[in-house]
Design a protein around this ligand. Structure first.
Ligand code: CAO
Length: 442
């Protein structure tokens, strides 16, 4: 018998993330990349796949446990399997079942690059969990009385399983129980279900009015949707609009395109905006801050990590470029291109989306005149860029209108932290930076 330990892989700087679902049971025969469990932080849920196949001998975690990189997940008998997949690190095997506890003979699981099926299809039926016993996992030490998929369903809808009475065998909570609970909550007269005093949203059967197609929301959209909703409701937003004259900046950028291309870089406007934003953040440090959890203090950050909203086929993600103040425009442009590509190929690591101080959302390449971006809390401000356009601008000295390329700026900020006057000062500072490219170099 050859027993190997499987541990939590590098999951970025996430520590103590909660195990919300375990997809395998003792005795299951699993293959490489079978999803073993789902862990969830306040930002994202991720599946942990098996680094190699085998038979699960012992589970070392349970739902509700907190794990970090290196935490022991389970023991796998790999004697009937081929060696580890090429993506997994080399693994030493045990000849005896190891004792519980840390061991240096561990295998790191590669980070997941794609969502895993709810129940791994390659687990033979005889190894699948008993449909009734499947709920015998525990959440916070108490039986959840619901299967993992029902728990996930409830979590996505914000339903509290503690308050739901199960109608299934042995009182198990079924999907319909969750749906009925949600319907009952929504039907409450004053919108107390969401605590904001809204009247409940009507449940409408759209099929009564015409053909309707039901399309499941991608996972990223569900996660980011919940965060966007929370940020929109919890931070009092004000959006300051302005326009920056980027005529000279665009001339300069275009004059540098060939040189950048020789260095393998696509020199984009966004790279210059990153530099200008960091300059403004240094000048107005409250924009580079977060409110403490108790709302009593402002935490001023001495680093300048700037995120950018990136449109991917699965929804919006925000990669973060670190230490923008220490990088030149070429380096930033290179990173922007690399990270956008990784995001679109779903290969961006979790820690590449963490630690941002401020976010830029550019719709300039697509169109539109202005928009109101939603703050990426706990950051306190976000800059939206719309499409630059040629406009007649009055030149006081020559007393003539001149055609100038104007870039629309939309700065949303958290009014608990930033006053309107500072909002206007911040965009005025950006205007100044962007209208004179030499200032960006300072
Ligand atoms: N005004 C006019 N043109 C602009 C512009 C602007 N503000 N910004 C970019 N462009 C032009 C570029 O010059 C480029 O044109 P060429 O192909 O002729 O050179 C084109 O638009 C594409 O721009 P780009 O390759 O430089 O890409 P980008 O830096 O504008 O954007 C990224 C990169 C990742 C921000 C973008 O791909 C993206 O995902 N944008 C969407 C972000 C989003 O969804 N925000 C909304 C969040 S809230 O839901």
């Amino acid at each position: 018998m050859s027993i190997k330990e499987v541990v939590v892989p590098d999951i970025g700087s996430f520590k103590d993330v909660e195990v919300i679902e375990i997809m395998v049971n003792v005795g299951d025969s699993i293959a490489t990349d079978t999803s073993l469990m789902t862990v969830e932080s306040d930002k994202a849920a991720m599946d942990i796949p098996a680094p190699f196949g085998g038979i699960v001998k012992e589970l070392k975690i349970k739902v509700g446990d907190k794990v970090s990189a290196g935490s022991l997940v389970l023991m796998l008998d790999t004697s009937g399997e081929a060696t580890a997949s090429s993506s997994a690190p080399v693994v030493k095997s045990f000849t005896q079942p190891p004792v519980t506890g840390a061991s240096s003979e561990v295998a790191a699981v590669p980070p997941p690059s794609h969502p895993a099926p709810e129940v791994p299809a390659h687990i033979p039926p005889k190894h699948r969990p008993d449909p009734v016993a499947a709920h015998a996992e525990f959440v916070d030490g108490k039986p959840a009385h619901a299967s993992p998929s029902v728990r996930r369903f409830a979590r996505e809808l914000g339903a509290n399983l503690d308050q739901i009475k199960g109608s299934g065998p042995r009182g198990r909570i079924l999907k319909e129980d969750v749906q009925n609970w949600i319907k009952a909550e929504l039907a409450k007269p004053t919108g107390e279900a969401i605590g904001l005093g809204f009247p409940p949203a009507p449940i409408i059967d759209f099929a009564k009015f015409g053909e309707v197609e039901r399309q499941a929301l991608p996972r990223i959209k569900k996660l980011s949707g919940a965060n966007l909703h929370r940020n929109w409701v919890s931070a009092p937003h004000v959006t300051q609009f302005d326009e920056a004259d980027i005529t000279d900046l665009e001339d300069f950028r275009k004059s540098m395109l060939d040189e950048a291309a020789k260095r393998g870089v696509k020199l984009t406007l966004l790279a210059f905006l990153m530099k200008a934003v960091v300059n403004a953040l240094r000048t107005y440090p409250t924009f580079n801050a977060s409110l403490s959890a108790d709302g009593e203090n402002l935490l001023l950050k001495k680093y300048f990590h700037v995120g950018f909203a990136c449109d991917t086929p699965d929804g919006l993600v925000v990669p973060v470029i670190r230490d923008v103040n220490k990088k030149d425009v070429m380096e930033i442009a290179r990173e922007l291109a690399e990270m956008s590509e990784l995001a679109r190929e779903r290969k961006l690591k979790v820690d590449a989306m963490q630690g941002g101080c401020f976010t830029i959302s550019s719709l300039g390449g697509i169109g539109g005149t202005m928009f109101t971006p939603i703050i990426n809390c706990p950051e306190v401000a976000i800059l939206g860029l719309s499409r630059a356009d040629w406009k007649p601008v009055w030149n006081k000295a020559t007393k003539t209108f001149e055609p100038r390329l104007m870039l629309p700026l939309s700065l949303s900020y958290d009014h608990r932290v930033i006053d309107g006057a500072d909002g206007a000062r911040f965009t005025s500072h950006l205007r100044l930076m962007l209208s004179d490219v030499r200032r960006l170099l300072l």
